[in-house]
Design a protein around this ligand. Structure first.
Ligand code: F6P
Length: 321
């Protein structure tokens, strides 16, 4: 009987998840596997809700944002008996391999499940936060960067017209990867990330120095994890003559058609995932490391903190002079 690959998309959705579902399905079928997709994240394993995936059923989705399997944020495995129930679902459906498409939170769930189930767990990192250990880039990150850059370029037009300073809040959960790359790409005057605490006086001083240099308008890109941007904007307004405005980009960063790069990453990660399955190398995630697609221990992806290169902040400061 053909072996079965299960797929689950879990946690915050990311543009490119559908490209990954498509690639796992088509490459899995090409290698002789049956493929099923569990609905609504881990909940699908609790309720045994899934659909058969065939090369035809994943046609026309590579360009779609979101996930055709839907997703949920639910600490399902913290519930009593959750892991056991999920393991039982895999067993009764003869799922020998489970591909988990998501972020580090999803990989922690996969790690818990691996202790209860014989199915091989393979993680594919997909989150706009790019905060997963073991990969230089996650599926969806490039799309979110481009979405944010497009929006902030528009904000800069009106900032210049009115000679205003805009604080633009981007996503990224508790990390600054998204804010840092977006900040460099929009030529932000200041980039605020959790990994580099700054006090308000320093921020105001920077903007006033810019004003003396004739830069009366400015863009401050702030990671949501840096702090309460509404309070920061109010406090800045009290301390400076410049007009301060706040713009929170929000959920637009999570949607949209995935960029070519997000689609390519999704396809190559999926190929590696199925290759690991064929080699019966389970409890691994796939990752991009210095341009090469590699396998990473699931436990490390789930638990280790990804380092952020603060040198890039120095580059950004020099570029903003
Ligand atoms: O993890 C992706 C992400 O978009 C984070 O950047 C953000 O903080 C979070 O999800 C929002 O979570 P939710 O979609 O549950 O509101």
């Amino acid at each position: 009987m053909a072996k079965t690959i299960g797929i689950v998309t879990s946690g915050g959705d990311a543009p490119g998840m559908n490209a990954a579902i498509r690639a796992v399905t088509r490459i899995g079928h090409a290698k002789g596997f049956q493929v099923i997709g569990f609905e609504r994240g881990w909940d699908g394993l609790l309720t045994n809700t899934f659909k058969k995936l065939t090369p035809r059923s994943v046609g026309g989705i590579i360009q779609l944002g979101g996930t055709i399997l839907h997703t949920l944020r639910c600490p399902v495995f913290e519930e009593e008996g959750g892991v056991e129930k999920a393991a039982e679902t895999l067993s009764i459906n003869n799922v020998d391999n489970l591909v988990v498409i998501g972020g580090d939170g999803s990989f922690r769930g996969a790690l818990d499940l691996s202790r209860e189930s014989d199915a091989l767990m393979i993680g594919i990192p997909a989150t706009i936060d790019n905060d997963v250990y073991g990969t230089d880039e996650t599926i969806g990150f490039d799309t979110a960067v481009n979405t944010a850059v497009g929006s902030i370029d528009k904000i800069r037009d009106t900032a210049i017209s009115h000679e205003r300073i805009f604080i633009v809040e981007v996503m990224g959960r508790k990390r600054g990867f998204l804010a840092l790359e977006v900040g460099i790409c929009v030529g932000a005057e200041v980039i605020l990330i959790p990994e580099n605490p700054m006090n308000l006086a320093d921020i105001v001083k920077l903007m006033e120095e810019n004003a003396k240099k004739g830069k009366r308008a400015g863009i401050i890109v702030a990671a949501e994890g840096f702090g309460n941007t509404s309070k920061i904007a109010q406090e800045m307004q009290r301390q400076t003559e410049s007009e301060i405005r706040l713009s929170i980009l929000g959920y637009a960063q999570r949607g949209g058609s995935p960029t070519a790069r997000s689609r390519l990453l999704a396809s190559l990660f999926a190929e590696k995932a199925v290759d690991l399955i064929c080699q019966e190398q389970g409890n691994m995630t796939v990752g991009l490391q210095n341009g090469a697609i590699a396998g990473v221990e699931l436990e490390k992806s789930a638990k280790n903190r990804k380092p952020l290169d603060l040198r890039l902040l120095k580059v950004a400061e020099m570029l903003a002079t």
